[in-house]
Design a protein. Structure first.
Length: 288
């Protein structure tokens, strides 16, 4: 059996054991506009799977801004550098909102306070033929007023390129860790297993993406998306997601990407969040 196939089999055994084992929910938010438009099935960021670096641009940096809901915003920056055998990536995500008015026990206004979550990420990837293995370490911080909590987590993943002509698949375990302790209360990380599939249709300039996320608490989220490329500069994306979670926002997502001056790409995504509210993503990536 080839080394690459042995690695795949061992990794699948590990994933199955984790999926049946046992939040800091923002760790599962997809920060990529292009991936979000595809129902979180994109392969253009190391947040979904550190082994995705294998399918990304060799050297690039990207920035994104997300207008979430009720004045919540997310900022994200990510960079990757690759050689023929290795890849390294850095990422930083910051979730924040406007200051909140405090009140005393009598209901009188006091000083305002801030709330934020952030995570720093370091990813390493190794390439063996058509197989990529990736590992990410995360530093997680949550803050509420004058209380701050810190912890660490990890992601591991594997990607196989061209399993069949045009078909690439990946499997990852996200948010391995002991959780985070907030004063005396411990909060578990949202441990999840994520499957990614990408198929490039021969001859035509179309790509199909599928993903499924199985969370430790039993939630299952799935999505399918497609993108069409025009004139080597315009990409139109559409996705649809479903979930067994009662409060999940199932349904359509969409977006577009525009490439200019060969090195720059501007991406936008929109996701209906409720009858009255939309989530907006915008991002810029630069090939170095």
């Amino acid at each position: 059996m080839k080394k690459g196939n042995i690695l795949v089999v061992l990794f699948i055994f590990f994933v199955v054991s984790v999926a049946n084992a046992s939040s800091v929910g923002f760790l599962l938010i997809d920060p990529s506009p292009s991936s979000a438009a595809l129902a979180s099935g994109g392969i253009d960021n190391i947040h979904s799977n550190p082994a995705c670096m294998y399918l990304m641009q060799k050297r690039a940096i990207s920035f994104s801004h997300i207008e979430w809901f009720t004045d919540v915003r997310i900022e994200h920056v990510e960079g990757v550098y690759q050689t023929d055998k290795f890849g390294i990536g850095l990422g930083f995500t910051y979730l924040h909102m406007a200051d909140i008015q405090g009140y005393d026990i009598s209901g009188n206004p006091t000083s305002t306070f801030s709330v934020y979550d952030m995570v720093g990420l370091l990813s390493l990837s190794y390439y063996l033929g058509n197989v990529s293995i990736g590992l990410s370490g995360k530093l997680v911080q949550e803050s509420l007023a004058d209380v701050t909590a810190n912890s660490g987590a990890a992601d591991i993943g594997i990607m196989m390129k061209n399993m069949l002509p045009g078909l690439s698949c990946g499997l990852g375990v996200l948010n391995l860790g002991t959780g985070i302790t907030y004063k005396e209360e411990k909060e578990d990380f949202p441990l999840a297993v994520k499957l990614l599939m990408h198929y490039t249709i021969p001859v035509y300039a179309y790509d199909i993406y599928m993903n499924m996320v199985k969370e430790l608490d039993g939630n299952i989220i799935g999505g399918i998306g497609g993108e069409a490329h025009y004139f080597e500069m315009l990409t139109i994306r559409l996705g649809y997601s479903v979930s067994n979670e009662e409060l999940a926002q199932d349904g359509l997502s969409g977006g577009l990407g525009v490439k200019f001056q060969e090195r720059y790409k501007l991406d936008y995504a929109v996701i209906p969040f409720s009858e009255f509210e939309m989530l907006h993503y915008i991002g810029l990536s630069i090939e170095l």
